[in-house]
Design a protein around this ligand. Structure first.
Ligand SMILES: [Fe+2]
Length: 398
């Protein structure tokens, strides 16, 4: 059977012109067969970087096969994106309760909701779908939650952001997807924005679109900028609370002081470009995990660039947390508008492969205790840092 790449079904809320190149369902391919077939892998590899998210329906994928496929995108990577079992040790990290490791294949995590029994060597696993109510500064009232209102939990890239490099791809495999009523995401930021989504959707936005829709002055800032992440960012941010859109942290000064964090070294702190270059298409993706950022460096305009109306023409090093966050929010918020979000409608057996260095994604919604959901997730700390824009890219957009 020939391979087909079929556009993903878009909800009525989505602007189809912005999704022409985003997402494909792959037909005629068993994901387990990809790693051992170099020709097939090359096709899937290139399609992944072109479309940024690939869906295989009705898949049967063992943890070993999922690990093998994830690893094929970065053969020398080995450990889980946050480090193997490291999350168990950093008990204060906000990621801790969401992850359960498959004993046989520690790079694959069991995530979901409710209690799962006798699962791949785990006698009993209590899972909890992350809820915005424990992470955001404000919350949807219980009354409104009962009516089906919810929020994005946290827009992010899968990445430790300290010591380890952001995984190239993430695979998400829906083994058990409970059916339930659709929910409505409220942005609660004064815009009135809302988005109706399937229960427990994973929401995706394209980092390429995020860059593309910026006005010229902010494109110039983005292309010249690098962000510095906090050491142990998930521990650092744990006492703080997130924005109602799930797109970053409220600046209330609640972050853990650097002196109180687990031991850290300056040399392990991550400084990444704001814009990452797609290795296959050459496209530019705005890739910032807003929650973990501490500082922002802006390079001066390159020689010969038009200085009129330019922001930070001579460069800048922003260290005021609120200023850094406000600027990033201004650049990222437009791209999570309802018309730019792809909310995946999970079915049992859906296997999704996404370009973790090209999209942002968020957990959404709320389950009750008796709604049992089981997913396998795998991503691997990459063997290299993401590539930023070339000198030519900077010249073009600065
Ligand atoms: Fe994630």
């Amino acid at each position: 059977m020939a391979i087909e790449f079929v556009p993903l079904p878009l909800p009525a809320s989505a602007d189809p012109s912005k999704f022409a190149e985003f997402g494909r369902e792959v037909k005629g391919v068993d994901p387990s067969a990809i790693p051992s077939n170099p020709e097939l892998f090359k096709q899937i590899h290139d399609a992944l970087y072109k479309y940024n998210a690939l869906l295989f329906r009705g898949a049967t994928v063992s943890p070993e096969d999922q690990y093998a496929l994830t690893k094929a995108f970065d053969p020398t990577s080995e450990s889980y994106g946050h480090g193997n079992n490291k999350t168990e040790k950093t008990a204060k990290s906000i990621l801790h309760p969401d992850l359960k490791t498959i004993p046989r294949v520690p790079q694959v995590q069991l995530i979901g909701n409710g209690t799962v029994y006798n699962h791949e060597g785990l006698a009993e696993a209590m899972l909890k779908h992350p809820s915005h109510t424990t992470f955001h500064k404000t919350r949807v009232s219980e009354e409104d939650e009962a009516k089906g209102f919810t929020r994005y939990y946290r827009w992010h890239i899968d990445a430790a952001l300290y010591n380890l490099n952001p995984p190239k791809v993430t695979t998400l495999y829906g083994l058990n997807v409970p059916a339930g009523k659709r929910q409505t995401i409220r942005y609660d930021d004064g815009t009135g924005d809302e988005l109706e989504v399937p229960l427990g959707t994973t929401a995706f936005v394209s980092g390429a679109t995020m860059f593309d829709i910026l006005p010229a002055d902010l494109k110039s800032v983005a292309i010249r900028s690098r962000v510095k992440y906090a050491p142990h960012p998930y521990v650092w941010m744990a006492p703080s609370r997130a924005m109602s859109t799930g797109l970053g942290i409220e600046s209330d000064g609640l972050e853990m002081p650097l002196s109180e964090l687990p031991e850290w070294e300056e040399s392990r702190i991550k400084v990444f470009p704001v814009v990452w270059k797609n290795p296959v298409t050459g496209g530019l993706h705005f890739q910032v995990h807003p929650c973990g950022v501490m500082e922002l460096y802006v390079d001066p305009l390159p020689e010969g660039a038009n200085r009129e109306g330019a922001l930070f023409p001579d460069g800048a090093h922003l260290t005021d947390l609120k200023e850094v966050r406000d600027l990033l929010y201004k650049m990222q918020r437009p791209a999570i508008a309802p018309s730019l979000v792809y909310p995946h409608d999970w079915r049992d057996g859906d296997f999704v492969l996404f370009h973790n260095r090209g999209v942002l994604h968020s957990v959404v919604g709320a389950f009750t205790k008796d709604q049992v959901r089981a997913f396998h997730q795998c991503n691997l700390a990459a063997s290299d840092e993401p590539a930023g824009p070339t000198a030519e890219d900077v010249k073009k957009w600065a």
